[in-house]
Design a protein around this ligand. Structure first.
Ligand code: GLU
Length: 345
């Protein structure tokens, strides 16, 4: 490896990446077979893990079979690796916060998210009212309940619930390459019991952080949480984000690639709520969880991963899904902070 001495650099043609990256040591080459094996052993390992409990504050979720478990890995070339119950439709719940934040970035801009909602971790539970009181000038991030309700209020066109709903579901369809389906029973169950979210909505209204009708914004949020999605679909959504907005299965460029680092930053900072730091430190992959038991993980430029199993830990993150993704990452020695260029052969 030869290095160009700094004094010889022609500033007109200077390319920092070519100059700084020592290609022979910073590249990590893995094969698809290694990825497939790692997914299989991660699935087997996590299958044996017990513990956690279904979310019980939403009656529908309490009754889902706790033994369901699926793991999907999707690569930028469209290779799809599935183990277990990857075609079962479960409540997307908080993972829906990711596509709707992307939608607002598409319709407005990443800057609008920063100005009107924020991009800070709360360090508090997903439904915290205290977090809003502490930061009464913004709802912190579109990936907690407060910011997600605020994001639903920002979806265009203002004042038109049907069109807003269409925009929300069309966006998810583009990201996954197939449509989500509303689980009516979950929507009803959640609408009947979302008292805490009603309080959040009106508190945000008090701080001028709801940008449309408050009841409509809350209803859109509740409905998007009640969408049924499969683990396989979430894997494709994760891969689309990892792939700069290019859906590797449909081949469609869904959004401007500059959105990917923004949404991945939000996922890294708050995707596991008050455990986001512990999770990223341990696993090396930004991931977003939902109380339906789904987790979506994004390794930029490398792969998307999703796992689903209903029993949750006390913070609301799926126990088996976490174990599977963690095992997968550790087996392959991957991590967003590793500073390596990963090449899949
Ligand atoms: N619909 C749920 C709520 O608003 C989503 C929570 C979650 O998945 O973290 O409470």
């Amino acid at each position: 490896m030869t290095y160009l001495p700094v004094e010889n650099v022609n500033t007109a043609t200077f390319r920092p990446a070519a100059f700084l990256i020592k290609a022979d040591t910073m590249d990590k080459i893995i094969t698809k077979e290694q990825i497939r094996d790692a997914a299989e052993t991660a699935y087997t390992h996590a299958s044996a893990i017990k513990g956690g409990a279904n979310a019980n504050y939403i009656p529908y979720l309490a009754n889902i079979n706790p033994d369901l478990f699926g793991l999907s890995v999707v690569l930028p070339d469209g290779t799809h690796i599935d183990y277990g119950d990857t075609d079962y439709r479960f409540g997307i719940e908080s993972v829906s916060k990711v596509p709707t934040a992307i939608l607002v970035m598409r319709q407005q801009s990443p800057e609008a998210i920063l100005q009107k909602i924020g991009a800070d971790a709360t360090g508090l539970p997903f439904n915290s009212i205290f977090a809003i009181l502490l930061e009464n000038d913004h709802p912190s991030t579109p990936l907690v309940n407060a910011g997600a309700i605020s994001a639903c209020s920002m979806v265009a066109p203002t004042g038109n619930s049907n069109e807003k709903w269409k925009a929300i579901t069309d966006n998810i369809t583009e990201l996954c390459g197939s449509a989500p389906e509303l689980i009516d029973e979950l929507y009803k169950s959640e609408s009947d019991t979302n008292f805490n979210n009603r309080a959040i909505t009106w508190l945000l209204k008090n701080y001028n952080r709801i940008y449309d009708d408050p009841d409509m914004s809350l209803d859109l949020y509740t409905r998007q949480c009640s969408l049924g999605i499969t683990c396989s679909q979430l894997g494709i959504m994760a891969a689309t984000i990892a792939n700069g907005g290019l859906n590797p299965v449909t081949g469609k460029q869904v959004y401007d690639q500059r959105i990917s680092p923004k949404i991945t930053t939000l996922i890294a900072t708050v995707g596991f709520y008050q455990h986001s730091g512990d999770w990223l430190y341990t696993s090396g992959i930004p991931a977003k969880s939902g109380v339906g038991g789904g987790v979506l993980g994004v390794l930029p430029g490398v792969l998307g991963i999703a796992a689903f199993a209903p029993p949750l830990d006390t913070a609301g993150n799926s126990v088996k899904a976490q174990a599977a993704i963690l095992h997968f990452m550790q087996t392959l020695g991957l991590g967003i902070m590793n500073g390596q260029r990963v090449i899949i052969k």
